[in-house]
Design a protein around this ligand. Structure first.
Ligand code: FES
Length: 565
């Protein structure tokens, strides 16, 4: 066990001393069945668990917690597991994003309020990882992240099948009658083969990679499959590490520095990460007091090669990524542009962690000299339609649409889009730019993943599989297509997206990073002046707190009062 002075422990003031409550706390700890000898004077390692059977992606985390406990016991600590709210992407309505900040507050306050000397954060599904990182950043007590890992690769009729990405493609075939209801039912059983999070480079895999690139996990954490025994071994090692974190007083803010943040963005660009990472990293940065801006993503994207051939931007799945060497092998390729000296949670630098990593499959992880694309996955667009920016995933878009001008067809909201998208008389063609309003943080509300507007049936039937789509919503990290999203400011608070009318011409120019509405400025001003005022979606409870305090997409959508002072 690392040398730790019991009197220096944060938990010391809870359990030691001569006050009544010191005695009472010890007595109540013993009520769980722990003897005095097993906890007295030892560092308390909290295991912050987002396990829930309402979150299938995190349903196996109780098992991982047991592995963490083994490591803590072995290193001479005293582990105590506790729950926090879990955000199951598949089940929660209206959207998990409405509750990310609630979970981050739960994590922060649960850590701060309790006798914890260090914490191991167990997470996995999309929002649970950023919420843990946000909470840990604010609490700033030594912490290490262990994500749940991706599911085994889906497989249907001997074809690899990625959750989300391939599911959407199959469902489009089902909508047009090319897949039968019986086949769809069979696929249902093949898509998600085990515990774990989505097995493409969606938001969960991206945020696991961000946690690793920020230095908040042990090397290799992101890609180990959920049910691989090596994930339990990594969880056990993280439990051991927690004792070292206490001894060294190694805190999240000493790890998640500006350099670490730039490293994470570089990795995000090289893996073709989910666009959601932009919002989450902006939120984490604000918790840390780092001056991260949307333009920093584009600055880094322009100089970062895209290397990971993973769906939805490429062909392979997370299991393939793991066998190819995982994130350490990819980060080794990026070393020339990473901050090599950034110290990670294990006390070693990025360079020490990844310099010996080996790539076992160049079809999965491209060499820096022969990238899949010269630039990173995500770019930032600006223009009179998005004065505060918009986000675009160029590696998952159709190249022929990345420079495109066409007439808008406008959906005023998600419901209107949903009700009419499959109409046989929808007056659109392959040049149309689909625009959807009221999908932002306040307008939807909660900033749901509506931006991947399904391809209209009239186009699918003509064999058109992609068209330009624009909204102020987010989209799932498993999604793909020529989709402009996170348009900011959002339409519900008077962003220019609010005044687009069907027939207006719009230009998307990815190379120039421009998004232009071809309507004169005075006409835009005239339309904005007569914009209708919407009633708030919530007048009480958490929903009202959210509406009153959530920031815009380009600011990370955290609550304004949770930013670092
Ligand atoms: Fe949980 Fe995709 S639904 S990670």
């Amino acid at each position: 066990m690392a040398s730790i002075d019991p009197k220096a422990l944060r938990s010391y003031t809870w359990f030691n001393g001569k006050e009544y409550y010191n005695f009472s706390r010890r007595a109540n700890l013993r009520s769980i069945g722990f003897s005095r000898e097993i906890f007295f004077g030892k560092p308390v390692i909290g295991i912050c668990n987002s396990f829930s059977e309402l979150n299938n992606c995190n349903a196996h985390l109780r098992g991982l917690a047991e592995a963490v406990k083994r490591g803590v016991w072995e290193a001479g600590g005293f582990p105590l597991e506790f729950p926090v709210i879990s955000l199951g992407e598949q089940f929660m309505k209206p959207t998990t994003m409405l509750f990310r900040n609630l979970m981050a507050m739960d994590v922060e306050e649960s850590i701060r309020a309790n006798p914890i000397d260090a914490v191991v954060l167990l997470c996995g599904c999309d929002k649970t990882t950023p919420a843990m990182l946000m909470g840990a950043a604010s609490a700033n007590i030594p912490a290490v992240v262990v994500t749940g890992g991706p599911t085994l690769s889906g497989n249907y009729k001997n074809q690899p099948f990625g959750t989300g990405t391939d599911g959407r493609k199959i469902f489009d075939l089902y909508r047009t009658g090319k897949v039968s209801p019986e086949e769809l039912q069979e696929i249902e059983g093949c898509m998600v083969r085990s515990s774990g999070h989505c097995t493409v480079m969606g938001t969960a895999s991206t945020m696991a990679s961000m946690a690793e690139a920020l230095g908040m996990t042990l090397p290799g954490n992101a890609a180990i499959p959920a049910v691989d025994s090596r994930r339990a071994a990594l969880a056990e090692a993280s439990g051991r590490l927690a004792i070292e974190l206490v001894a060294e007083a190694r805190t999240p803010r000493s790890i998640m520095t500006w350099e670490a943040m730039e490293n994470a963005i570089t990795v995000d660009m090289a893996i073709g990460g989910s666009t959601n990472a932009v919002v989450h990293l902006l939120a984490i940065a604000r918790r840390l007091g780092l001056p991260l801006r949307l333009d920093d993503f584009d600055r880094i994207s322009r100089k970062t090669p895209f290397l990971a051939n993973l769906r939805p931007s490429g062909q392979h799945l997370m299991e393939d990524f793991f066998h190819a060497g995982g994130l350490p092998a990819l980060m080794r390729e990026l070393l020339p542009q990473l901050h090599r000296d950034a110290v990670t949670v294990n006390g070693k630098t990025v360079e020490a962690n990844v310099s010996q990593a080996v790539c076992h499959n160049r079809d999965v992880i491209a060499a820096r000299e022969t990238p899949l694309h010269p630039e990173g996955g995500t770019v930032v667009l600006r223009g009179n339609l998005a004065p505060d920016g918009a986000v675009f995933k160029q590696t998952a878009a159709s190249p022929h649409l990345c420079q495109h001008t066409g007439p808008a067809y406008v959906f005023e909201n998600y419901q209107q889009m949903h009700d009419t998208i499959d109409s046989s008389d929808l007056p659109i063609d392959e040049n149309t730019v689909l625009v959807m309003k009221n999908g932002g943080p306040k307008g939807a509300p909660g900033f749901p993943e509506w931006a991947h507007i399904p391809m209209p049936r009239v186009l699918l039937e003509k064999g058109v599989s992609d068209c330009v789509r624009i909204s102020d919503a987010r989209m799932s990290g498993t999604s793909f297509g020529t989709v402009v999203l996170h348009v900011s400011p959002e339409s519900a608070i008077g962003g220019p997206l609010a005044i687009v009318e069907t027939g207006d011409r719009i230009t998307l120019d990815v190379a120039k990073r421009e998004l232009t509405l071809h309507v004169p400025a005075d006409e835009i001003a005239r339309r904005l002046a007569v914009r209708p005022v919407h009633e708030p979606h919530y007048t009480r409870g958490y929903g009202k707190l959210f509406l009153d305090h959530v920031t815009q997409a380009h600011e990370g959508c955290d609550f304004d009062f949770l930013h670092a002072e």
